[in-house]
Design a protein around this ligand. Structure first.
Ligand code: KG4
Ligand code: ZN
Length: 336
């Protein structure tokens, strides 16, 4: 089954063709990041406009690169939640038009479920059940993936997402948007013990995260130094902050794995590209004899291939949509 899959939930216009959930025939991603950089973050109205301008061309390109025409496609998958509502609507309306004019199936896909599915593309042997750390710009969850379309949230952030705090601390250090990757690079040359960082815990949620205090602690160090006319050592601050975030993420993840008996661990979402997180997951999994799956770097961020993969599993588990499909800015991964 060949699915043409569309992703427009944030600042990437992405279209892919994926066969049977696992084989990527094409994967085209057009990023708007250079424009949003000028404003220090994603401007929703600009994102919607750029999606509307790009989506037809990106779809054509995905078909050309796959060596296919619309006739060869069985269904259209589309990210319908969660994300920026105006951005999602561009993808959803385009997918509806395409599916109904060409008489194809329409398959709605939850954005975070598709991030998890990036692992099915990278690792052909991976099947649920497994425990997945889902860390993106807007979400930080520990998810029990019981089956391809059955998920339970075991832990979640009570405030900011991991990607969000990476970006905000990076911005305070003067790094350009999206700062997470730049902070990660700088941290590679820093001393992770140079600055003391809190390791916030959530009293009534053993697997939940709280990153906003940690973010404020890092920003205060930067501001206090500048008020005294001093400068922080950027690499050291990045390394110390990154270590604290990764400590929190991995402590709760492995506590949950032990408690619930998971020996297969995965990671997903933009922050799963983080170098320290990947190293730490490898070390911890090998020390415990767990199997680890992380997406290849090119599939960690937003892309259409992961949507095409998850769309296939949504379809074989009975999910399709009609012309009344709508986009939703928020939706739990459990409902998906
Ligand atoms: O999953 P994603 O591409 O988009 C959302 O669904 O949000 O995640 C984007 C987030 C951004 O906050 C970005 O800074 C972060 O992932 N990110 C990273 C790294 N690469 C991307 N954060 C830390 N280290 C990285 N290497
Ligand atoms: Zn994403």
């Amino acid at each position: 089954m060949k699915i043409l899959a569309i992703e427009s939930s944030c600042d990437e216009t992405a279209v892919a063709v994926v066969e049977d959930g696992r084989r990527v025939l094409s994967n085209v991603v057009v990023s708007q990041v250079d424009e949003h950089k000028l404003y220090g973050g994603v401007v929703p109205e600009i994102a919607s406009r750029r999606h509307a301008e790009a989506i037809t061309g990106v779809t054509d390109e995905a078909l050309i690169r796959a060596g296919l025409t619309l006739d060869d496609i069985d269904g259209v998958g589309v990210t319908y939640a969660p994300g920026l509502i105006g951005a999602l609507l561009v993808g959803v309306n385009f997918a509806k038009g395409l599916a109904f004019s060409a008489d194809k199936l329409l398959i709605p896909v939850h954005h975070l479920r598709s991030h998890i599915a990036a692992n099915y593309i990278t690792h052909s042997e991976l099947k649920p059940p497994f425990l997945c750390l889902v860390v993106s710009g807007g979400h930080s969850h520990i998810v029990a993936v019981d089956d391809y379309t059955k998920m339970r949230i075991i832990g979640r952030t009570r405030d900011d997402a991991a990607g969000e705090v990476f970006d905000k601390v990076a911005r305070t250090l003067g790094m350009s948007y999206p700062g997470g990757i730049n902070l990660d690079k700088a941290a590679e040359n820093g001393d992770p013990l140079a600055y003391q960082m809190p390791h916030p815990k959530v009293a009534d949620g053993p697997y939940d995260f709280s990153f906003s205090g940690l973010k404020t602690a890092a920003i205060n160090i930067i501001h206090n130094a500048s008020q005294k006319g001093q400068q922080v050592v950027t690499e050291d601050l990045c390394a110390s902050f990154r270590k604290a975030v990764v400590d929190c993420l991995t402590e709760n993840l492995f506590k949950a794995a032990e408690e619930f008996g998971y020996k297969t661990i995965a990671a997903a979402g933009g922050v799963s590209a983080n170098r320290l997180l990947r190293r730490r997951l490898e070390e911890e999994c090998s020390a415990r004899g767990y199997k680890l799956y992380v997406p290849e770097l090119s599939l960690c961020g937003d892309n259409g291939a992961m949507v095409g993969s998850q769309a296939y599993y949504e379809y074989i588990n009975g999910k399709t949509a009609g012309a009344d499909l709508n986009a939703c800015a928020t939706m739990s991964i459990e409902i998906g």
